[in-house]
Ligand binder design. Structure first.
Ligand code: ATP
Ligand code: SF4
Length: 319
């Protein structure tokens, strides 16, 4: 096993809404090693973004980290105050969002976004920061003559390249990418995925790649963490996950994804609706939709168990 960089233990993140408590992340455990990419996948509302944001302690109110630990490079982030977290954000853990326009200042030139980020966190001259900004732009495929352009002069894909450059600017240990390609058309989506694949090796950066689309994370991930209703239900290296997925939800999910190599494939859909996290089902949260559910599944919450080395599953079928 490589060196651990992040360990999440028993994490609970709830939103205290007028309608009641939304258990968006409910007792999540996972870990990642330096430089590896974890694909965090699950349907809409399963808690992926909440888990991603909680690692940076950026949960918007009425959300709160209620319990658990987030151990990053030996430090429990849940114990840090806001000032200490500012030393971690951007510098050691950074984030790429779905919509770059929410993070880019429309009145600031592209190059200045990078220069400012570098100069705010490091003691360098403007010339040194500009040189690094140009190198970062080159690495993400943006020509130096675009340095003085404004965000609105860039296409969606180019803006996402800028966001990736910004996320890498301070050489972080982990980049959390939340649906970074979902708003892009398919060809641009492939280009950005290719770019991220190349950069993660070049910069030796770990990545948590969040997506509702398992075929997108398949390309880029070393490990897959499958989320269902606020919990990780299967966690494994990508190859064993795709070849020997164990959880019934993984089985149904993979049968619902078109596979161009299987021309006679019959696509299945997952019956039922994703659970309402205000009133999650009792016992195993997947039981109302699970073809293998037994009476114990309605009564007890199965533990996440390591079935084969590094392959974890949360289901009573595996003991
Ligand atoms: P999506 O891909 O749709 O963003 P997700 O898997 O990332 O889905 P989250 O956005 O983390 O899921 O949402 C998990 C649950 O928390 C959902 O039930 C959602 O309605 C709820 N939730 C998220 N943000 C808030 C908020 N600010 N206030 C109240 N509830 C919230
Ligand atoms: Fe299905 Fe039971 Fe396993 Fe849940 S614990 S996934 S209901 S078999």
């Amino acid at each position: 096993m490589g060196e651990s960089i992040l360990e999440v233990k028993g994490l609970k993140v709830y939103y205290y809404t007028r309608e009641g408590v939304v258990r968006a992340v409910d007792n999540v455990d996972f870990f990642m090693e330096k430089g590896e990419t974890v694909g965090l996948v699950g349907e809409s509302g399963s808690g992926k973004s909440t888990l991603g944001f909680s690692i940076l302690k950026l949960i918007p109110p009425p959300g709160k980290i209620v319990d658990g630990k987030i151990i990053f490079d030996g430090i429990d982030l849940t114990e840090l105050d806001e000032k200490e977290m500012r030393e971690i954000r951007g510098k050691r853990i950074s984030m790429v969002f779905q919509d770059p326009m929410t993070s880019l200042n429309p009145l600031m030139k592209i190059g200045d976004h990078l220069v400012e980020t570098i100069m705010t966190h490091e003691e360098v001259t403007r010339e040194e920061a500009e040189e690094r900004a140009l190198a970062l732009l080159r690495d993400v495929g943006i020509m130096p003559d675009r340095f003085h352009d404004y965000p609105h002069q860039f296409s969606g894909g180019m803006r996402q390249r800028v966001m990736i450059a910004l996320a890498l600017a301070l050489n972080p240990d982990i980049v959390i990418a939340d649906e970074p390609t979902s708003a892009l058309d398919v060809i641009v989506q492939f280009q950005i995925l290719d770019l991220m694949e190349r950069l993660k090796k070049q910069y030796n950066v770990g990545m948590i790649f969040i997506s509702h689309d398992i075929s997108v994370v398949a390309e880029i991930s070393d490990k897959i963490a499958l989320m269902y209703a606020g919990q990780i239900v299967e966690y494994a290296n990508a190859i064993p996950f795709f070849e020997e997925h164990l959880h019934p939800y993984a089985e149904l999910l993979l049968q619902s994804v078109p596979n161009i190599e299987l021309s006679d494939q019959k696509l299945k859909y997952i019956p039922g609706l994703p659970p309402d996290l205000l009133h999650p089902p009792s016992g195993c949260r997947f039981h109302p939709r699970c073809p293998y559910a037994e009476s114990i599944c309605k009564e007890k919450d199965p533990p996440l168990l390591e079935i084969n080395t590094g392959h974890f599953v949360k289901c009573f079928r595996y003991k």
